[in-house]
Design a protein around this ligand. Structure first.
Ligand code: PMP
Length: 354
């Protein structure tokens, strides 16, 4: 059809499977196995009581949530931007900050959405190979570029880059915006957040989807200099004034409050404990397990193909993530579940690997 020639054609990102039904052990999209903080349940009840407010548009600036986050992290409200999950925040950031003829740099193995956004927004890009051990070489990012995006800890490798190396990349690129995607930072690694006061070209992106157990609420945020954030808002307000629903703002504000801090730490600690146990158990089974700073493990087995393990586990209603991509098609990414779910995984693996 002639009209098809005028279409902006893209190859979309494919998210992990979201199977319907019960009796499924879901270790494939790095969700938190524990419920959100108790304050979130109270906020949801408040929404039901005030359902009449749904007539009204939400606050386009999501000021309550922005302020709660600024207070929680000890920064200014003007240094905070919020959106519909960090995917929304990252997409807006790509559109805002990467408008150069020089290439946007990101690792060859990383969150696959970066390449999708780069193509969608026609941003020239160059993938920088990870070292053979899947670590990031900071010096490789000291080349001419139109921007940099790095997930730290990186996904799906689960490895963290130290803060000095992050600072080296940020300070070595004063003419570019550097985005550090910290979706998994609460499970390990050192946040670059303290650097935003010193580097006005640094944007730190985080999410409520992982450590805060709220993937279903779709809340993400970015922290940066007031100038960076104001440019980001200009683009957001050129697309959709009301990205975040009234409900999301309300429950996000509840979850960001200091009152829930203890619960949040307790849940994270539990996941870290299960992660260390899982690393030990999988190593005993002959897996090579990367040193994870996240809520998932990146593993490979010398005797069995990752794709076969993935399919055999799926037959048993256990979902893990397999990427049919160069360099990592022999690996699996396994989200840390509850200790009970992990026991089911070990049992299934033992049967599969017989
Ligand atoms: N960044 C990374 C590295 C991720 O793994 C994910 C989760 N798929 C995201 C960002 C987006 O998460 P969300 O949109 O749920 O905040």
């Amino acid at each position: 059809m002639a009209w098809e020639e005028n279409i902006h054609k893209v190859v979309p990102y494919v998210p992990g499977e979201q199977p319907v039904g019960t009796n499924i052990i879901k270790l494939n999209t790095n969700e938190n196995p524990y419920p959100p903080a108790p304050g979130v349940a109270d906020a949801l009840r408040g929404i039901a009581d005030e359902y009449d407010l749904m007539r009204r548009y939400p606050d386009p600036d999501a000021r309550d949530l922005t302020k709660a986050l600024a207070d929680y992290y000890g920064i200014e409200d003007e240094q905070v931007f919020v959106g519909v999950g960090s995917d929304d925040v990252l997409a807006m950031s790509f559109l805002t900050f990467f408008d150069s003829d020089k290439p946007l740099l990101f690792p060859d193995i990383t969150y696959s959405f970066y390449e999708v956004w780069a193509k969608l927004f026609r941003i020239p890009n160059k993938r920088i190979p990870l070292r053979d051990d899947f670590t990031i070489d900071p010096d490789a990012y000291l080349i001419p570029n139109g921007g940099i995006v790095i997930a730290n800890p990186n996904a799906p490798t689960s490895l963290a880059l130290d803060l000095d190396s992050i600072e080296k990349i940020v300070s070595g690129n004063p003419d570019s915006v550097v985005i550090i995607d910290e979706a998994y930072i609460d499970f390990g690694g050192e946040s670059a957040l303290p650097l935003i006061d010193r580097y006005d070209n640094l944007l730190v992106v985080q999410t409520f989807s992982k450590s805060r157990s709220m993937a279903g609420a779709r809340i993400g945020m970015a922290f940066g200099s007031a100038k960076l954030i104001s440019y980001l808002k200009d683009v957001k307000f050129s697309i959709n004034s009301y990205t975040m629903s009234r409900d999301a703002i309300r429950i996000g504000t509840a979850a960001a409050s200091l009152a829930d801090e203890n619960y949040f730490k307790e849940v994270t600690d539990r996941i870290l404990k299960t992660r260390e146990e899982a690393a030990g158990r999988l190593t005993e089974m002959g897996f090579d397990v990367a040193h994870s700073a996240t809520n998932f493990l990146f593993v490979t087995h010398p005797d069995m193909k990752a794709s076969d393990i993935y399919s055999a586990l799926k037959e048993k209603n256990i979902y893990v993530r397999y990427f049919n991509l160069p360099r990592i098609d022999d690996h699996l990414r396994i989200t840390i579940g509850t200790p009970e779910e992990m026991e089911e995984l070990y049992k299934a693996l033992q049967e599969v690997m017989k």
